[in-house]
Design a protein around this ligand. Structure first.
Ligand code: DQA
Length: 161
């Protein structure tokens, strides 16, 4: 018997892809005065925990190679990825190819950086991604990834209304 008034509808489970660019595999040992001692594995674990609390599914990808990053972004076209969180690392400042790939797959993008790039060398002040992103989160260390997951939920919920 159908119980009227009792909804079995579940909230949507959003699928988020977190992409990290070159040298971020070295987090934990790389320039620790800038990037801290937390490893990429630590960041992925804390994102997984955060994702469970937020009702998200999160997948991760890291590469040191621009073409591999472009290939991974292109795969999104065949997948049900709702939003991309990306730390393009040095490619932030150089890569038209990453920008074009993100435009091609037409998913909302949140750009993150562990360091505050605007307090660093002038060449880090330019981003090829920032104007095609929903927003940018920069300078809060490893927390930027968890902040981005929160921002993703807000953005996706608002896009439903
Ligand atoms: C970075 C900032 C970039 O300028 C740099 O090339 C990186 C890391 C960050 O997370 O602070 O590799 O994206």
């Amino acid at each position: 018997m159908v119980q009227l008034g009792m909804s079995t509808r579940q909230p949507p489970v959003w699928q988020i892809l977190v992409i990290n660019g070159p040298n971020l595999n070295l987090l934990g040992t790389r320039e620790t005065s800038v990037y801290g001692a937390v490893t990429l594995a630590d960041i992925e674990l804390s994102c997984q925990q955060q994702a469970q609390q937020l009702g998200l599914e999160v997948a991760f990808f890291q590469s040191n190679h621009e073409g591999a990053l472009v290939d991974r972004i292109q795969q999104v076209q065949q997948q049900s990825v709702d939003l991309i969180v990306i730390n393009p690392a040095a490619y932030t400042h150089t890569s038209v190819a990453l920008r074009d790939a993100l435009l091609a797959v037409a998913r909302p993008v949140i750009e993150v950086h562990l360091s505050n790039v605007y307090r660093r060398e002038p060449f880090r002040h330019h981003s090829f991604i920032r104007d095609i992103a929903v927003g940018q989160i920069t300078g809060f260390g490893p927390d930027v990834y968890r902040l981005a997951l929160h921002a993703a939920v807000h953005y996706l919920q608002n896009s439903l209304n």
